[in-house]
Design a protein around this ligand. Structure first.
Ligand code: TRP
Ligand code: SF4
Length: 327
């Protein structure tokens, strides 16, 4: 039986952190065997809230290297850059016309961006168009499945409506994609807020052992636990939130040790360091192997973009035909 086609993108906003790994990449790796996967660097989407991205070529390269180091396999998945695919832009221009302005203005991420007049003045048309471009990313491959986190669900719902509207006018040309929801743990930043580039509170995938140690040292524990002998409450502690994900086999022991003060925060943090470092180590060695192969990333993208063009060309030709662009 033919595998279903699945499309997903990741914005090129900078170095990847553990949130990308847990929230997206581990899921992508798992999906590679069951779906015909198309994974791309969402370069244009990264520009929807900034004018310029310094060192973009390095950001793109490192992102692809990181994908491969965690197990995305170019033999299984099609890997490419959105910015190398003019078909996405063409379809986005077309779909913009079957998207009512109100749908975009009501989108939660947009509403959040234009909270007040001051915020509004800094918001671009690109930001408003974000879901339209995303719809084009998906529809240009006639993807049947899109893996999304909860935060992206409103975008995908919009995509389905835009596609339905297009099909309502031109016939069943585009495929309405289904959401593939993943059970992803929510990773908080070292300061207990959401892990995010803009808060600078993330643990990078490229963290050195020393860097990792220092990040874990900065993690906020139970503030009530001032002295070593004070009992703690693991449920308010950032370190424990990480143990929940990375040390499930010893969770009870840690919670107990914290509550009875038989476990100190230093040792507790050391345990977490060992776990995270053991997870990052094989990723580091695979990254070193990949980085030693000169021209390899260019090869992977070249091959991926050729394969992606094969599909996108055919879908676009169909659209051009039904819309009457061809004489
Ligand atoms: N909006 C997605 C995110 O920020 C990235 C993205 C762009 C995407 N285009 C897409 C995801 C198409 C899935 C399908 O995570
Ligand atoms: Fe947090 Fe561990 Fe310290 Fe308890 S012992 S407060 S769980 S770091």
């Amino acid at each position: 039986m033919a595998k279903k086609r699945l499309v997903s993108g990741m914005r090129t906003t900078g170095s990847l952190h553990l949130g990308h790994l847990e929230g997206t990449l581990k899921n992508w790796v798992a999906l590679q065997d069951t779906y015909d996967c198309y994974f791309f660097a969402a370069v244009w989407h990264a520009f929807t809230d900034r004018l310029k991205i310094d060192n973009l070529p390095e950001i793109i390269r490192e992102m692809i290297v990181d994908w491969l180091s965690v197990g995305i396999d170019p033999e299984k998945a099609v890997i490419f850059r959105q910015s190398a695919m003019h078909e996405h832009a063409e379809l986005s221009t077309i779909l913009a016309n079957c998207t009512p302005l109100g749908w975009l203005e009501r989108c939660p991420t947009f509403k959040d961006a234009v909270r007040d007049d001051e915020a509004r003045s800094g918001v671009s048309l690109g930001k408003l168009m974000y879901p339209v471009l995303m719809t084009a990313d998906i529809a240009v491959y006639n993807a049947e499945a899109v893996p999304v986190g909860k935060d992206q669900l409103p975008h995908l719902e919009l995509s389905r409506e835009i596609i339905r509207r297009f099909n309502g006018t031109f016939g069943e040309i585009l495929t309405e994609p289904e959401a593939v929801l993943s059970q992803v743990p929510l990773l908080i930043g070292i300061d207990k807020r959401k892990m995010s580039k803009s808060y600078n509170n993330g643990i990078d995938l490229r963290e050195t052992p020393d860097g990792l140690k220092s990040k874990i040292q900065q993690m906020i524990t139970d503030p009530q636990r001032v002295r070593r002998n004070d009992p703690g409450d693991p449920e308010v502690c950032t370190v424990y939130a990480y143990h929940k994900i990375y040390t499930p086999d010893r969770l009870e022991e840690i919670a107990q040790g914290c509550r009875t003060a038989s476990l100190g925060c230093r040792d507790c943090k050391l345990m977490l360091f060992e776990r995270l470092n053991a997870m990052l180590d094989p990723i580091r060695s695979r990254r070193a192997e990949i980085e030693a192969r000169k021209g390899y990333i260019e090869e992977v993208l070249d091959a991926g973009e050729k394969r992606a063009h094969l599909v996108a060309t055919e879908v676009m030709q169909n659209i051009r035909k039904v819309m009457g662009f061809l004489l």
